[in-house]
Design a protein around this ligand. Structure first.
Ligand code: SAH
Ligand code: DHB
Ligand code: MG
Length: 238
């Protein structure tokens, strides 16, 4: 369905936020040890003028709990922003080490401060650089045996490079690891074949190519919540 024919409920339906506001504090009461650090990271990021496009609290916790259930020791993220998703992954997993890649120098500075304030600088490394360059270097290190394989990858940066990121990530994960690509649904634009914006075309490309990739099983999971309507590609590499 074309965007112009859709009801405004694909933009934002307030009940989605209401359900997050009801359910999240039950599963994650404000007394939890990471609540202050996560809240402070969002506040500091907003005050520094960063865009408010981090994952929702529920999504951040979901990714972190996945890492716990899968016993992930080393995770990789492309697109740090202010470090909000990074703080979720590390604070819910006391043994997890995260490498997170960010291109924008202001975002790197804000993220490093937020991660330091959260007491997680020893386990989260923010690498400044363009995702394709940095992932290429990381892949070479993994190949050379000087860096351990990753057990989870979260791809959440410039969407035009999603397929490039996926191919690089696939080369440096342990068997049965998840690679998650954020924001592929974008309020239904994914399936609006008349929409040829680069962001949307890139999402279709990664969904279609991952589906054909040997040794990969994938699914697109649509999500609603306080961050509106979107969805991610969830792929297991065998
Ligand atoms: N994962 C974060 C949100 C990331 S937003 C969270 O949920 O908290 C996307 C980020 O990708 C932005 O900070 C943007 O600067 C960064 N980015 C954009 N292009 C990039 C590139 N080529 N390489 C690395 N990061 C990039
Ligand atoms: C948007 C949301 C994201 O999570 C992201 O990584 C980039 C953009 C958005 O809603 O525009
Ligand atoms: Mg995102």
């Amino acid at each position: 369905m074309a965007a112009k024919d859709r009801k405004d409920t694909t933009r934002y339906n307030p009940v989605w936020g209401t359900v997050d506001a009801y359910a999240f504090p039950h599963s994650h009461p404000a007394s939890r040890p990471n609540t202050t650090a996560l809240g402070n990271a969002l506040t500091a990021s907003r005050e520094a003028g960063l865009p408010e496009i981090s994952v929702s609290a529920a999504q951040g916790k979901f990714l972190a709990l996945h890492c716990r259930a899968a016993g992930v020791a080393h995770a990789l993220e492309v697109g740090t922003l202010g470090g909000y998703s990074a703080i979720w992954l590390a604070s819910e997993n006391p043994a997890l080490r995260l490498t997170t890649v960010e291109y924008n120098p202001l975002h790197v500075e804000v993220a490093r401060k937020n991660i330091e304030a959260a007491g997680l600088s020893d386990r989260i490394e923010v690498v400044h650089g363009a995702g394709v360059d940095v992932l290429g270097r990381l892949r070479d290190e993994v190949r050379a045996g000087t860096r351990p394989l990753f057990g989870f990858v979260f791809i959440d940066a410039d969407k035009e490079n999603n397929w490039n990121y996926f191919k690089l990530a696939k080369e440096m994960v342990k068997p049965n690891s998840v690679i998650c690509v954020d924001n592929v649904v974008r309020r239904g634009d994914l399936a609006d074949l008349g929409n040829t914006e680069p962001f949307v075309v890139a999402s279709r490309r990664v969904v279609e190519n991952v589906g054909k990739e040997p040794g990969v099983d994938s699914v697109v999971l649509q999500t609603v919540g306080e961050k509106s309507y979107d969805g991610w590609l969830w792929a297991v590499v065998s």
